[in-house]
Design a protein around this ligand. Structure first.
Ligand code: ATP
Ligand code: LTN
Length: 349
């Protein structure tokens, strides 16, 4: 069962349609494809953390998705545990949220296959993430192509109402809606149709070395991102080298995309609005602004890093949290799959 589903009920309660007070459920996932970045933090993790009390939360380290690009065994295992530790360190609380590794709940793979039958080839071919990640590659796996169907399975398996993600995932959540609606039309009401939860600010943090590209943990260009685990000197160096626009005024205007990005980061991390920050740096140039921004970032990541270090010293604790999360997730997922199998008419009945 997934804790906190219904306000005021015990931890053993399971949501039933008849229950009147139903908290909205959130589901979101992150790939263990590297160390989470400031983009992951501002676009996703931070929102998951602050909204924890409002919703019934399920968060997933999507290791099956990470197989869509070449990966090796030891890296995958380490990345899975490190990402889980980073999420816990950033404030995901196992008492209020279910946190688990995707492959520990086999129902995700099973539902993915079933949903491929209500997904069209043409829909998948139109996904921009597939086009971006497959461009110029010879060795494109079928997993990369089917990736959004697995994502749809993740979400609708838990009857999620809301999917808090960065802007790059909007298209995948829209496809999830289409898949859920199609399944419901064909087989009868089975799945909740989820909505994307994408914030107006921070949903698309751009690369430090190129403000036309999304900051990404798997870009292969360390200067393009700040990892949550970067030390203070690395952060200062990366900020110093971050590209800026022509001119010297610290202003968030359309012809200064690099400054828009840096001001967005500053504003989200301090809670100050952009005009206040622009005023503070008026006439002082980019250097002073970037120096201070580096310190703002350092102040954000330092306490997270201290907690990551505690988890690193006790990997068994992270594994225990993931195992407990998988048990709770599986309980819900297996019940849903029994219904799905029956709706489709699979097996001997
Ligand atoms: P990869 O580089 O492996 O594709 P990624 O860094 O893009 O990974 P994901 O694991 O695919 O990250 O995404 C996890 C969450 O972080 C998603 O909700 C995604 O939208 C969000 N996210 C990723 N990058 C950014 C960014 N630059 N700005 C805001 N949100 C982001
Ligand atoms: N594709 C997502 C990761 C992801 C996800 C999910 C996000 C996998 N399953 C379910 C939200 C809900 C990405 O961020 N690249």
């Amino acid at each position: 069962m997934v804790a906190g589903r219904v306000e005021g009920t015990s931890a053993t309660a399971v949501a039933e349609p008849s229950e009147t007070v139903r908290r909205q459920r959130v589901f979101s996932g992150m790939q263990p494809s590297g160390t989470p970045t400031l983009g992951n933090y501002l676009g996703a993790i931070r929102n998951w953390v602050v909204q924890q009390d409002q919703y019934d939360n399920v968060f997933c380290v999507v290791d099956l998705h990470a197989l869509s690009l070449p990966t090796d065994r030891d890296t995958l295992r380490a990345n899975t545990l490190n990402l889980a530790a980073a999420l816990l360190a950033a404030g995901i609380d196992p008492a209020r949220s279910v946190l688990f590794a995707q492959s520990d709940v086999r129902e995700h793979s099973e539902l993915c296959w079933l949903l491929t039958s209500v997904t069209q080839f043409g829909e998948l071919r139109r996904m921009t993430q597939f086009k971006d990640k497959s461009a110029g590659r010879e060795d494109v796996s079928a997993a990369l192509f089917v990736y959004p169907v697995l994502q749809a399975a993740d979400i609708i398996l838990y009857d999620a109402d809301l999917v808090p993600v960065g802007d790059d995932q909007r298209q995948h959540v829209e496809l999830t809606r289409d898949i859920a609606e199609r399944f419901n039309r064909r087989y009868g009401q089975t799945f909740v149709v989820p909505k994307p939860d994408i914030k107006a600010e921070g949903a698309r943090i751009m690369a430090l070395d190129d403000p036309s590209q999304k900051m990404s943990k798997s870009s292969g260009r360390p200067m393009s991102y700040i990892a949550l685990t970067d030390d203070a000197d690395t952060i200062r160096r990366k900020m110093k080298r971050a590209v800026t626009d022509s001119g010297s005024e610290v202003r968030a205007v359309p012809d200064k995309p690099a400054l828009v990005n840096l001001l967005t980061i500053y504003s989200l991390l301090t809670g100050e609005d952009v005009p206040t920050i622009e005023e503070r740096y008026a006439g002082r140039g980019y250097g002073a602004f970037k120096t201070d921004l580096a310190e703002v970032v350092v102040a954000t990541v330092t306490p997270i890093q201290a907690r990551i270090a505690e988890y690193a010293a006790d990997p068994g604790a992270v594994q225990a949290i993931l195992a407990d999360g998988a048990d709770r997730a599986r309980d819900q997922a297996s019940r849903k799959m029994a219904l799905v199998r029956d709706r489709i008419g699979l097996g001997a009945g």
